[in-house]
Design a protein. Structure first.
Length: 373
């Protein structure tokens, strides 16, 4: 009978189970938030690509505007000096964008280009009323300010999926923009000319190797104090991710789909890592380290294409961006491994639970009252 009672007492304290569930839930929620929200906030933003497009000339030349391509081949970026008016023509010659003298940027809602330019491959349907040759009068809607705006312009990039369909493109030879991009500056016509080409995709293996080596180093160094070392590594990874995210955001002009999440997520990872460093010997520190690892790892997953594409939307050199991403990946994996191996959230052994339960059940001999004299 007594043996049966002992067997029934071999249970794990509910506080330990609660701690484990709490840690796993926090890490899972952090990862879900990253994967769900780290996607682009703007519609079809500048992304890594293997295509590069650039402006070759503006004819006639003008000191009023600065024109360049950003996002590889995704967006035409125009900056207009104050006090001048620029009107960009759509695909049928209709007014599409208007840069006013006060810097206001407006988009003509009755231009087919307004709908065709909403994504890289012009898949947004054009309203039936705008499909004929006789378009309604322009209806202007403010979309920007400061005389600066960028948009998908399908005259500056390859619209197909198979580069072999265009002679020389798959071999890396340049293809001239057909017809250029016409616009008027203070009523005078000009055309922006350019060309695009396909670049060779980089090999991601060297960057994955760097991440693997970094992961091994973190795990080896953290054998004695796994949570503390994991937290420090995750702080380094968060700083690297923040550096990369800030430079990426700075490179994306208005209208090209920049998202603050590329910066916010590394900040969250850094804050969680700092909490983990301060509380590394407690369950709070373990949970914070897991949250930091999940957030950093999710941030890396959403931008894995920087390792496989030749042209990146950033002010950094492509290799600097890839290095920062590899560092973040190494710290996310290494930090997660160390945190899990630390046992800070693991269930206690049954023998330990028995000892604790026995101590609780047997407080020792009770004091007895002295017999009356």
């Amino acid at each position: 009978m007594e043996a049966a009672d002992v067997g029934e007492d071999q249970t794990v304290p509910s506080t330990s189970r609660s701690r484990l569930r709490r840690g796993l839930v926090v890490a899972a929620l952090a990862l879900l938030v990253v994967l769900g929200l780290a996607g682009p906030a703007g519609a079809d933003p500048a992304k890594p690509t293997n295509y590069r497009s650039h402006v070759t000339s503006v004819k006639p030349t003008s000191s009023v505007i600065t024109v360049k391509v950003v996002g590889g081949d995704g967006f035409l970026d125009v900056n207009v000096e104050p006090g001048h008016e620029v009107v960009v023509s759509g695909y049928d010659g209709e007014p599409y964008l208007r840069f006013s003298k006060d810097g206001t940027v407006e988009e003509n809602q009755n231009s087919p280009a307004t709908y065709l330019n909403r994504n890289r491959y012009a898949t947004t349907p054009v309203p039936a009323a705008l499909q004929g040759k006789n378009l309604p009068p322009a209806a202007w809607l403010k979309v920007g300010s400061g005389g600066h705006y960028a948009w998908h312009d399908h005259r500056i990039h390859f619209m197909g999926k198979d580069p072999s369909a265009v002679p020389g493109l798959s071999q890396g030879r340049p293809v001239v923009w057909a017809g250029g991009v016409p616009m008027t500056v203070d009523g005078k016509k000009l055309v922006v000319h350019g060309e695009y080409r396909l670049l060779k995709a980089p090999n991601p293996l060297p960057w994955l190797a760097i991440a693997a080596i970094g992961t091994v180093l973190i795990v080896v160094v953290g054998r004695r104090r796994p949570v503390l070392v994991a937290a420090i590594a995750l702080l380094i990874g968060g700083v690297a991710a923040l550096w990369v995210g800030v430079e990426q955001n700075r490179a994306i002009p208005p209208g090209a789909g920049a998202t603050a999440l590329t910066v916010i997520l590394p900040v969250v990872a850094i804050v969680a890592a700092l909490v983990a460093i301060a509380r590394w010997s407690t369950p709070v520190g373990v949970i914070a380290a897991l949250a930091s690892a999940a957030t950093t790892g999710g941030w890396v997953l959403t931008r894995y294409s920087v390792l496989t594409k030749a042209v990146l939307p950033t002010n950094l050199s492509p290799n600097a961006d890839r290095l920062g991403t590899s560092i973040a990946l190494a710290t996310a994996i290494g930090g997660a491994i160390l945190t899990v191996r630390s046992g800070g959230l693991s269930l206690p052994r049954l023998e330990d639970a028995d000892t604790a339960d026995a101590a609780d059940a047997d407080p020792g001999p009770a004091a007895t009252a002295s017999p009356p004299a």
